[in-house]
Design a protein around this ligand. Structure first.
Ligand code: NAP
Length: 510
């Protein structure tokens, strides 16, 4: 470790630190002179830190730094770029517990899931590090003699990375690692609820050896920092994960400049349970998918579509297990459900409880969670509604909290219709012992991810991740598909015949 490495840890009882922006390899204050707080959702008295409220001027400096770093980074051999990613993954692995603890403190998910979030970041760093030695194009035969044809990937330029709070280590890694290995430089704006996680990650990236200006961090609001990144004529590609409504606004802005834009947006994911399913197995998957991360995963299951003959048996098991879930501070290993991210999130969930009471039958939950140690956090009881119609608002709209709708249906066909009858299309699952039904679901579900006899969450980093319909705009994160967002294709023809050869004209009959 060198003297230039700053670490931004502080215990809950230590001095409250003020963090900085990272621009051109330096930790600097915002020109706005303003800061904002990040607080622990499990105990809102605990201030995690003060962070720079960045401005358009800071974005301008970060973009300039990224622009200046681009030629040298682009010229660095991809395997060498990959080695720095690999080193980042190693550092993250060495610091996994520290990162996970900080993540739980700032975002609230239980510590086991926080470790998983960090592990996803490590996995993608290693996967993309390896892409430095692959990044395959095609080499194909030419239709003409003495001619070669091939395609290669090249970086686009500066990537604007705008991320949500719910996977505050994994999602920035999903975006920055492919962007960087492909030879782009980045300007990274994290969610205002999780600036500390972003700071810790960028500290490790700096330590891993990314050259100054290659990775720039600008904290601050969507309007003060996000919009200037999207509007900058020098930022060639935007990768955004967040609400569908914000994605549409960003698409309109980016569209004016015909920017490359990758959108990963909302979800309303369903688990279908057929009458022949292993119900105990289904209950495990439903609980994990619906109430893990307090229902705040993009892949969270918020709808269970059940064949009528097994509704009662499933509901009895689900209710008992949901009532028994341990709610509390995610730092405690025994906690199963942590807090929601902030007070507006609690209020949003409460508003959907009212809507749900009017539309369906409340089985359990429906209130802020109270009890010892919960009074200063944003806790909400795991909630189940039954008798939900597929077109009810609680069956259609993304609530992003621990609220599950049980939707009874007559048969497989009705189940598929219900699963697909939403404007989102991220993840869906089916529980059945019927191999034919399982294969039909794999074919019929209109989602980017399908699970069989497993919940709706748990994607692995070497396959493409993303959704159909209003969950996105056709791009994918993770896997080698992620490189499509951050690279331009170049097709190259080498003619060594020594004469003019005309494709589609020479060598044709007649
Ligand atoms: P969000 O409110 O849309 O914010 C996402 C990021 O965009 C934040 O950094 C936010 O900044 C910024 N932002 C907001 N409005 C902006 C604008 N007009 N211009 C530029 N930047 C803007 O979403 P969130 O609450 O953080 O995340 C939850 C949502 O993300 C859910 O809908 C969830 O389904 C979705 N999600 C999707 C995936 C996926 O892969 N499909 C994965 C995870 C989450 P501030 O924080 O400063 O407001």
């Amino acid at each position: 470790m060198t003297e230039t490495i700053a670490r931004s840890d502080a215990g809950p009882t230590g001095d409250i630190p003020t963090r900085r922006l990272f621009i051109a390899g330096e930790w600097v204050d915002t020109v706005s002179g303003r800061t904002f707080e990040s607080r622990n959702p499990a105990d809102s008295r605990d201030v995690v830190g003060h962070f720079q409220a960045g401005s358009a001027a800071d974005v301008g400096m970060a973009v300039k730094a990224a622009e200046m770093a681009f030629p040298a980074w682009r010229a660095t051999p991809a395997p060498k770029r990959g080695e720095i990613l690999y080193r980042t993954g190693q550092l993250m692995a060495e610091h996994k517990e520290r990162l996970a603890r900080a993540l739980t403190r700032e975002m609230g998910k239980v510590i086991a899931e926080a470790r998983g979030d960090v592990q996803e970041g490590i996995d993608i760093a290693f996967l993309m590090g390896g892409e430095g030695r692959r990044m395959f194009g095609d080499t194909v035969p030419s239709e003409l003699p003495d001619k070669w044809a091939m395609s290669i990937r090249q970086p686009i330029g500066i990537a604007g990375i705008i991320t949500p709070w719910n996977f505050p280590i994994a999602i920035p890694c999903w975006k920055m690692m492919p962007a960087l290995v492909a030879g782009n430089t980045v300007v990274f704006k994290p969610a205002s609820d999780t600036p500390h996680c972003a700071t810790l990650l960028v500290e490790l990236m700096a330590e891993a050896g990314f050259p100054p200006g290659t990775v720039n961090l600008v904290t601050g609001s969507g309007s003060d920092v996000g919009d200037p990144i999207v509007d900058s004529p020098d930022v060639a590609v935007i990768s955004f994960t967040g609400h569908s409504a914000n994605g549409k606004l960003i698409a309109a802005r980016a569209g004016r400049r015909l920017k490359r834009l990758s959108l990963e947006l909302g979800g309303k994911n369903a688990i279908a349970v057929l009458r022949d399913a292993d119900l105990d197995l289904a209950v495990e998957g439903i609980l994990w998918s619906a109430f893990g991360t307090t229902g705040q995963r993009c892949t969270a299951c918020s709808r269970v579509v059940v064949e009528e003959p097994v509704v009662d048996a499933l509901l009895t098991r689900l209710e008992a297990r949901a009532r028994a879930l341990r709610i509390g501070d995610g730092q405690e290993e025994a906690t199963e459900v942590g807090p929601l991210i902030n007070e507006p999130a609690v209020e949003k969930v409460e508003s959907y409880i009212e809507i749900g009471r009017a539309e369906a039958e409340l089985v359990t939950g429906g209130r802020r969670a109270t009890g010892e140690g919960l009074s200063d956090g944003h806790y909400f009881e795991p909630t189940i509604f039954t008798g939900v119609h597929p077109m009810d608002r609680i069956g259609q709209e993304e609530i992003f909290g621990p609220v599950l709708s049980v939707i009874p249906v007559a048969d497989y066909e009705a189940a598929v219709t219900a699963v697909n009858q939403v404007r989102y299309g991220l993840s869906a699952s089916i529980y059945t012992r019927d191999v034919n039904a399982a294969f039909r679901a794999m074919r019929d579900f209109e989602t980017g991810i399908v699970y069989v006899n497993a919940g709706t969450t748990g994607a692995e980093t070497h396959l493409p991740f993303g959704g159909w319909k209003e969950t996105g705009n056709g791009h994918r994160e993770a896997g080698h598909a992620a490189l499509d967002t951050y690279t331009e294709w170049k097709s190259i023809y080498v003619d060594f015949s020594g004469r003019l050869q005309k494709a589609q004209i020479d060598n044709q009959p007649g």
